[in-house]
Write a protein that binds this ligand. Structure first.
Ligand code: 26V
Length: 814
């Protein structure tokens, strides 16, 4: 594209002038960011159009990944990287006196997701485009993303995330592609020419307007699409109210009630709540998405009967599970197919991923709500349930209990996971252990009935964002050592193992980590005024705050270590910096108290000079994709300490590993597969196994109080939470204390001793610098399996039967 700096400079200055009417000297960093983003847009616009044309003309199978969340983060840096011009443009910008990193930080971080599930969807998009697969995202354009977290007086405070306030540089509004989505009203049917025809009267119609975001493949010419839907009023409806009926205020109220559908992302990722607005969001997404897919399909293909051969729709958890009845509705009511024809197509089109077994997160909607909000959809679900139950009856005659446990509608609730299982051709878990728990426990009866539907797809992360972009020095060392092949074939990282005994290489690895830690320490100092020791162990626990993830166990160990250090200031230990970050759901009281406990520990420990800086505790505000990109490269120890069986996979564990951190973890989720890859010597595993945990649950738990009574150390430690020794009101942490001694649902106390021992092992291992560096190397070298490229290839081959489509060499913009 730009042959030299002169040409780049001219284009950039021209962009600043035409967009902002400013010269380079006058332009603000934000002006420069937007100008650069427009240059990227122009760069890829041709390839985007060509990709779409190609997909349309060649008629290859298309995949649509439906997700209520896409946690995409910032795009400028990732896009420049994928186009392949990042280093060149960075250099050219520097010659203009501009720091590219600073411009990248001008971009709002698109936080359209809560955590693992949303970030997974974003990593998948990157891999789909990079593998040249015709796969697209379909989601909601929330006006407000996940709240911004501030810490005030040690407590989490939530602020709205108005990420669109200055517009989004990557989206294109496609008003001509808008579709209508209907809510409420009444449905009646009549027979016409021997067919039942359905009419939907008095419905509230919402206009779904798509905003398309390009998804750029890594150095290929594929540009796929992430389509995000926004809710608007149908203009005529507004006019009718405002002008014809002369009720202007009512009209404006009506407008807001409609727009509220895409106003805000729900900030809870573990507690299901039957909120009508949430149900509206789910139906809005699937109805808009499916209508646009069917419309496009009909434009190009002959018969709708071929739909399932040409289209796969993947539902990311049960949130888009209404895609099943909605596709049935479109095929029958709009395309005139019979029930049986529509059912054949639907169950061969939809595939479902389960992301959690936490019972409190499993969605079930009250029948009343669904019936009145989505009358036609409910009719279809009712009929599906009837047919499914009679099918079950013929297989398991008389086994009422089994049938009731599998019904789609039971106890006046619609069970979304059951709907998803019945209506899809593939059901997958996200790590081996998780899939096994689904098969043997949570969905045992379904597995018995449909064994062929179940499969595993262990999660992955995009190594382009999480290593190549986030850790450029490490990426450079790897490329210089083993060639750039690893960028295309991440499993090639295993060739790094040949450096296991290479002192110079290990030294270089060590230096990079040291530099990353120093940079991070400087950032912390600038932002928080806290000085941390760059040579201490950076022990990092970042993820959503949740009881099962056991931040509390880590905090208790910190409290105990601090107490020991106070008693014996000469205690032998490698200095440690404990780093936490993560958001708690606004209504999750216990999780918020855990934050307060950590910030209290930080306040006490960081200001105690008697411990000679051997410990520091940080709680970093507002964990987000961009903060994560800074943290992983600087981490030594990766805390993955969930109660075994609870963490379906985890993906942070993979990001740490890829950046050379050593995991301290339980045998849960993908930790098990990380352990399999790196072996016993390169990970520290502790604690109860999933089997043991599940055994306890089946037998009514255990008695933590007895454990506390018999263990003086534990009793003394827990007393510190409530005996007034911490500088907070005496009852502040009573709820945490009570939750532990009364039930300890997540086995914090039961696993505590093993955790302390594991931490001591970490301390011991870290003292042997060359051994530690080898462990880091082993983790990096074995991380290739956890690239989402591997995961997505498995989805494409095993589930979607989708093939790569080579667009040709057209990433040639101007
Ligand atoms: C559940 C709910 C419940 C209702 C309120 C809104 C809401 C929003 C999201 C969710 C899904 C939570 C499930 C989730 O994020 N699971 C995580 O998925 C990751 C990707 O597969 C996996 O690595 C994590 O282990 C798993 O916890």
């Amino acid at each position: 594209m730009f042959t030299d700096w002169q040409a780049f400079r001219a284009a950039f200055l021209n962009q600043l002038q035409s967009m902002h009417g400013k010269s380079l000297e006058e332009a603000s960093p934000e002006d420069k960011y937007t100008a650069l983003a427009v240059m990227v847009r122009e760069y890829i616009s041709n390839a985007w159009v060509q990709t779409n044309k190609h997909y349309e003309n060649k008629g290859e199978k298309q995949v649509y990944y439906f997700s209520i969340e896409f946690l995409i983060g910032r795009l400028l840096g990732a896009n420049l990287l994928n186009i392949g011009v990042r280093s060149e443009w960075e250099k050219w910008l520097a010659e203009l006196g501009i720091d590219l990193n600073q411009l990248e930080n001008e971009e709002p971080d698109a936080g359209l997701g809560n955590g693992g599930l949303g970030r997974l969807a974003a990593c998948f998009l990157d891999s789909m485009a990079s593998l040249q697969l015709p796969c697209h995202g379909c989601g909601i354009r929330y006006k407000y993303g996940l709240f911004e977290q501030k810490i005030l007086d040690g407590y989490q405070v939530e602020h709205p995330d108005n990420w669109l306030k200055n517009g989004c540089m990557w989206e294109i509004r496609k008003f001509d592609k808008a579709v209508q989505v209907k809510f409420g009203g009444t449905v009646w049917s009549e027979e016409k020419n021997g067919k039942l025809v359905f009419h939907h009267d008095n419905a509230q119609t919402v206009l779904a307007v798509p905003y398309d975001i390009p998804v750029i493949g890594y150095q290929n010419s594929t540009v796929n699409t992430l389509r995000l839907w926004s809710a608007e009023t149908v203009q005529e409806d507004f006019d009718l109210l405002a002008f014809n009926q002369g009720n202007y205020v009512k009209a404006v109220e009506y407008k807001y009630s409609i727009e509220s559908i895409s106003e805000i992302l729900y900030p809870d990722d573990s507690h299901y709540e039957g909120r009508v607005l949430r149900l509206k969001q789910q139906y809005f997404l699937v109805s808009a998405g499916l209508q646009s897919i069917v419309r496009r399909f009909k434009k190009k293909h002959g018969s709708i009967l071929d739909f399932a051969e040409k289209i796969s729709i993947h539902i990311n958890d049960t949130h888009p599970a209404m895609a099943i009845p909605e596709l049935m509705r479109i095929l029958m009511d709009e395309e005139g197919l019979s029930w049986n024809e529509a059912w054949q197509i639907t169950k061969n089109t939809i595939a479902y991923t389960n992301h959690t077994i936490l019972p409190e997160a499993l969605e079930k909607w009250p029948v009343d709500i669904m019936k009145s909000l989505l009358p036609r959809i409910f009719m279809i679900i009712e009929e599906l349930n009837k047919q499914f139950c009679s099918h079950l009856w013929s297989h398991y005659p008389g086994d009422w209990q089994r049938i009731a446990s599998m019904a789609i509608i039971a106890d006046n609730y619609v069970h979304m996971a059951h709907l998803a299982v019945v209506g899809s051709y593939s059901i997958n878990g996200v790590a081996k252990i998780h899939t096994n728990i689904l098969k043997q426990d949570v969905m045992k009866n379904f597995y018995h009935f449909y064994p062929y539907k179940f499969n595993n797809k262990t999660n992955g992360i995009t190594h382009r964002r999480w290593l190549l972009k986030a850790n450029p020095d490490l990426a450079r060392l790897i490329t210089n050592s083993i060639s750039p092949s690893w960028i295309y074939y991440p499993q090639y990282l295993s060739t790094l193992l040949r450096y296991s005994e290479d002192a110079a290489f290990l030294e270089a690895l060590d230096k990079i980590k040291e530099t990353n830690k120093m940079n991070f320490a400087n950032w912390v100092h600038n932002k928080y005024g806290i000085t941390i020791d760059g040579s201490s162990i950076f022990d990092v626990h970042v993820k959503r705050i949740h009881a099962y993830k056991r931040q509390l166990m880590n905090a208790l160990r910190i409290l105990e270590l601090y107490t020991r250090l106070k008693e014996n200031p000469n205690l032998e230990m490698v200095p440690r910096t404990f780093i936490f970050a993560g958001k708690a759901a606004p209504g999750y009281f216990l999780a918020k108290r855990v934050i307060k406990l950590i910030t209290t520990l930080a306040a006490v420990i960081n200001n105690d000079s008697t411990i000679q800086g051997k410990m520091k505790v940080l709680f970093l505000e507002n964990y987000s994709v961009s903060l994560a990109e800074m943290i992983f490269p600087a981490a030594d120890v990766s805390e993955q300490i969930s109660t075994a069986s609870k963490e379906a996979s985890g993906t942070g564990n993979m990001k740490f590993m890829m950046n050379g951190a050593v995991t301290i973890g339980t045998l849960d989720g993908a930790n098990i597969e990380i352990h399999e890859e790196v072996g016993d010597d390169n990970i520290v595993i502790f604690g109860l196994t999933a089997k043991e945990v599940m055994n306890y649950y089946q037998n009514g738990g255990y008695r933590p109080w007895e454990l506390v009574q018999s263990d003086t150390r534990l009793r003394k430690l827990l007393d510190q939470l409530v005996n007034g020794s911490l500088p907070v009101p005496r009852e502040e942490f009573r709820v945490l204390y009570d939750s532990l001694v009364n039930s300890d649902e997540f086995f914090v106390l039961k696993d505590y001793a093993a955790y302390v021992e594991a931490q001591e092992k970490i301390d011991m291992l870290y003292r042997d610098n060359s051994r530690w560096n080898k462990m880091c190397l082993s983790n990096i070298a074995h991380s290739g399996k956890f690239s989402s490229d591997r995961t997505i290839s498995e989805y494409a081959i095993g589930i979607w039967k989708a093939k790569p489509v080579v667009i040709g060499d057209i990433l040639e913009p101007y």
